[in-house]
Design a protein around this ligand. Sequence first.
Ligand code: KG4
Ligand code: ZN
Length: 339
Amino acid sequence: MRVLGLETSCDETAVAVYQSGSGLLGHRVYTQTDLHEIWGGVVPELASRDHVKRLLPMIGATLRELDLAARDIDGIAYTAGPGLIGALLVGAAAGRSLAMAWGVPAVGVHHLEGHLLAPRLEAEAPEFPYLALLVSGGHTMLVDVRGVGAYQVLGESLDDAAGEAFDKTAKLLGLSYPGGAKLAALAESGQAGAYVFPRPMLDRPGFDFSFSGLKTAAWLALKDLPVDSSARADVARGFEDAIVDTLVTKAGRALKVTGRKTLVVAGGVGANRRLRSALTEMASRHGARTAYPRAEFCTDNAAMIALAGHARLVAGERSDLRVLARARWPLAELRPPGI
Ligand code: KG4
Ligand code: ZN
């Protein structure tokens, strides 16, 4: 079965083709960051309009590049949620309509299921079950992944996502959106320990996170510093260390409680170098290994949506003729394919 995957839940337009037996045949991603940068964040209406402009040409280009025609596609997987409703509707309407026109089934995929299964795009795919730390601009979650559609959310952020906290603090530092990677680069020249920020929720049991107070602490440290002060790098370092420490400690507790031997890290913040090395070191102390999907599969992409949709379509799952789009969609509602 050859599945066309479409992703338009936020500010990336992405298309992929995934095939039984061979895996990913090809994928492309267009990121709208330049469009949103001057606004300091994603503007939903601009995002939807840009998806409208790019999606169909990108589908055409992907099929041409793979030397495939419409008749070679056996099913369509589109991101149905969660995400920005207008943006989701573009991919959902396109996916549902093309499936109707081509006479093939379609399935609406949960965006986070895509992220959780993304490491399975790699040659050395981790075996189920595994623990996943999903850290992106929109989500921070620890999930016990027992199989496709069998997810237990152990904990999540009660307020800002880790990426959101990085981006908001980066903005306070005068760095342009999205500032996570820029903050991390600035932190390289900062001195560890010069600023020590709180590690939110570490003193509480459970696996939930809270990052909004940390951003406020960074603001308090920054507000009296001159714009050109080198201490700004120290603040960036203190902030990064607090986030990394919090994520690593909670992930460590989750490894201990679940006894899982693989920790998968997904989402854009998973690109953070300091986070990666601290997680790997912590995991080895627990006799576990870390698995990171390639950067292109960590950030939003359609390859993960095609893979997740493929698993559901081969099991006979189909969405009905409605254009399925849900801004909110709890992961706990998912069931294994065909159930
Ligand atoms: O998963 P992702 O690509 O997309 C969405 O959530 O939409 O994650 C993007 C997030 C942004 O908040 C970005 O600032 C953050 O990941 N990010 C980083 C780094 N690279 C990207 N945060 C910290 N350190 C990095 N190196
Ligand atoms: Zn995402």
